[in-house]
Structure formats: C-alpha cells, structure tokens
Design a protein around this ligand. Structure first.
Ligand code: NAD
Length: 366
C-alpha cells in the first residue's frame, strides 16, 4: 500500500515523540512492504513563530492532500500571554474544524507492568480495554445561538444544539467500531432530563437495528461516571455527545495511570483521520530526551488500523509496546516495578528491535 502522511510535530516534546513514532512507523511499513511519503508542516507555537499564525494555509494544504495526519502536541509558556487568535491551541481547534473531524476516539487499555500506577485497585483495572467515542463538533461548546449573558449580567444562557445528522454520523461510527472490537456499545446520554439526549437515544435505537450483532446498552452519564471507576472492565465502546465525552474521557484517562501512554484519533465519515497523543507539549521536560513516546507510537498504530485498515501492522506495533514494557524498559514518567528508565530514543530503539525480531513479522521478511 502507498500512503501520504502529513506530519505536524508542534511544540515542546512534540518533535521528540513524533521522531520516535515516525521511526517505528517506517520500520513496520518496511517490514510489511508498504510505502509512505511524509510531509512535515507547522502548527501551534512553532507556526506562530515562523508564519505568524497557529495554522498556516500551507499546513492545511499539506493536510488536504494527505491520507492522514500525525500530530505531536502544541502549546507552551512562550505563547501563554498571546491574544486568543494567536494561541497555539487555536491551531488544533482550527485543523479539526477545517478537516471536518467530528469523532474523537480515545482508547484506554491496561498494561500489566503499569498496573501499580493506577489509582484504582489492580483487580479493577487489569481487564480494562475500552474506547470512548466523543462527538466533537456540536453540543454546548458550539451553542446555536452562542452563549450569552443577560443585560444586567445576572443571567447566562448556553445552548445545547444538535442536528439529527450530527448524531447519526457519530453513532454510526461507534457501531462500526464496536463491530471490529468486542461488539458491545454503551450509548451515554441524559435522556431523563434533556431533549437532545432523548433524540440521541432514539437515533441510537434506530441505528442498532442495522447492527444486530452489536449488544447496545443505554446509560445515563451520571451512572456511567460511577461505573467507569467501579467496574471499568465492563466497557468496550462508549459513545456520547461533546461535553459528556470531554469529561468521561478525562476520567477514563487516569484509570490506567499513565498519561504518556494514551493515543487518540479524530475521524470523519471516510477513512481520513488525525492521530495524536492525549498529552500536551510537556514544556517541563522538552528537549531532555525524557519524553514517553508511546502515546504517539500507539496513535500511529491507530492510524494504520482506522485510516488504512492495516490491522496486522497496527497489532505488531501494539505488541512491540507491550513486549518492551514487559521487559521492564520505560521512560521516567512510568512507574514500572524494577523498571529500567531509558531515554526517548533508546525506548524507540527497543521498539524497533522488537518489531524486527517479532514472530508476527511477515515470513518472507524474516
Ligand atoms: N493536544 C495538545 O496538543 C495539548 C493537550 C493538552 C495540553 N496542551 C498544552 O501543553 C502545554 C502543557 O500543558 P500541561 O502541562 O497541562 O499538560 P501536559 O500533558 O503537557 O503535561 C502534564 C504533565 O505530564 C507530563 N507528561 C505529559 N506528556 C508526557 C510524556 N509523553 N512523557 C513524559 N511525561 C509527560 C509533563 O511533563 C507534565 O508534568 C500547555 O501549553 C497546554 O495548553 C496541548
């Protein structure tokens, strides 16, 4: 397969973790006989410094002519006092909007060597392997009409608006994802109070008829937030609207206790997607070789799976991550018992070694 990839390293540790992900990606693509063209582009603070805007038109052009985007992270103290239009985060929101990315996927998976880092008891987290699918373009954060204050300043209004089409496309995406996973979908709403949630539930019920092999449950968001802590292992795919998803995905991200490990994908209805780690630009450790590259590496694996349908290749990367952690190699942010703390570059070398020695490597190449 041939693929064109837009690479947006961004700020802080972004370039370091991106370098690691590209090295891993090149290894796996080479091993399986695929070709990729990588085009680098500016975003965030780096783009403000060089081009005077967090999302230059040239970056958008490169993204538009690519099959998928890999992004590092944006932001840092250097730009914290910039006016709103010149904040690095504007680049992120802008690219999601311009590329029509409406579904944010955050997988959360427990890795045996990291279970001690979880704030939850080991037996509660050891089977966790879930994905939260969050709607990204509607709801309270994009109120229509937009939020406003009454004339005396003592009344405020935020509107929660959704169209049928916006709900249908995200629910459809979640069913498709459940179908290639363990075929369980929890649709999360607040249908006992909100009209938007009642429409959400109706659409989820209608869509379920097209996916009889997927077991669907409808859950209220308050109860879901309790269940995520009490029994996270019960979940496979969770789908929900923008604000509920924002809160639940942050809650879920601490279950496994390691921010640096978490990947994410932002998708639209076709196969195009943007893939990035959940963490930020970590300015406190930038340029020191301490950054954990695994969230970005695992984001590259998600890209192979969702944008290119390369399941074996994605699984090979995920297995390499598992194996390297099992061998005790980690970066300083991970609490691996008796772990050997190595640099970003060294951990990447270990991943590449695993990929090149793996039994899962295609036989013709061994
Ligand atoms: N998607 C994004 O690009 C994104 C997301 C969140 C925050 N940010 C931006 O990043 C900057 C820093 O934000 P923050 O400090 O709140 O969050 P952060 O995720 O950058 O860092 C939080 C803590 O986790 C550590 N950490 C994060 N990722 C790590 C990794 N891969 N390896 C090792 N340690 C890691 C950091 O050193 C820090 O101590 C801000 O400018 C913020 O706006 C960007």
């Amino acid at each position: 397969m041939k693929m064109k990839l837009a690479v947006l390293p961004g700020d802080g540790i972004g370039p370091e973790v991106m370098d690691a992900a590209i090295r891993v990606l090149k290894t796996v693509l080479d091993n399986y006989g695929h070709e990729a063209v990588f085009e680098n582009a500016l975003i965030g603070g780096a783009a403000i410094d060089e081009a005077g805007t967090p999302l230059p038109e040239e970056t958008l052009d490169i993204c538009r002519r690519s099959d998928a985007i890999l992004l590092g992270a944006v932001g840092g103290p250097k730009w914290d006092h910039n006016p709103a239009s010149l904040r690095p985060e504007k680049g992120l929101l802008g690219i999601r909007k311009e590329m029509g990315l409406f579904a944010n996927l955050r997988p959360v998976k427990a890795y045996a060597p990291l279970l001690n880092a979880s704030p939850l008891k080991r037996e509660r987290v050891e089977n966790v392997d879930l994905v939260i699918v969050r709607e990204l373009t509607g709801g309270l954060y994009f109120g229509r009409p937009s939020e406003r204050r009454g004339p005396d300043g003592n009344e405020v209004i935020d509107t929660l608006a959704y169209t049928r089409e916006e709900i249908e496309r995200i629910i459809e995406k979640a069913f498709q994802l459940a179908q290639i996973r363990r075929k369980k979908l929890a649709s999360v709403d607040k249908a006992n109070v909100l009209e938007s949630s009642r429409m959400w539930r109706e659409i989820a019920e209608e869509t379920a008829k097209k996916y009889p092999d997927v077991e669907v449950s409808h859950m209220l968001v308050d109860s879901t937030s309790m269940q995520l802590i009490a029994n996270p292992g019960q979940f496979d795919v969770i789908v929900t609207e923008n604000m509920f998803g924002d809160i639940l995905s942050d809650e879920a991200s601490v279950i496994t206790g390691s921010l640096g490990m978490l990947p994410s994908a932002s998708l639209r209805s076709d196969r195009f997607g943007m893939y990035e780690p959940v963490h930020g630009s970590a300015p406190d450790i930038a340029g020191q070789g301490k950054a954990n590259p695994l969230g970005t590496v695992l984001s590259a694996a998600l890209m192979l799976r969702y944008s290119f349908g390369l399941e074996k290749e994605a699984a090979a990367i995920e297995k390499a991550v598992d194996d390297v952690l099992q061998d005790g190699y980690c970066t300083g942010d991970l609490q691996v018992k008796n772990g050997k703390v190595v640099s970003t570059h060294e951990l990447t070398d270990k991943l590449i070694e695993k990929l090149n020695n793996s039994e899962a490597r295609p036989r013709i190449l061994q």
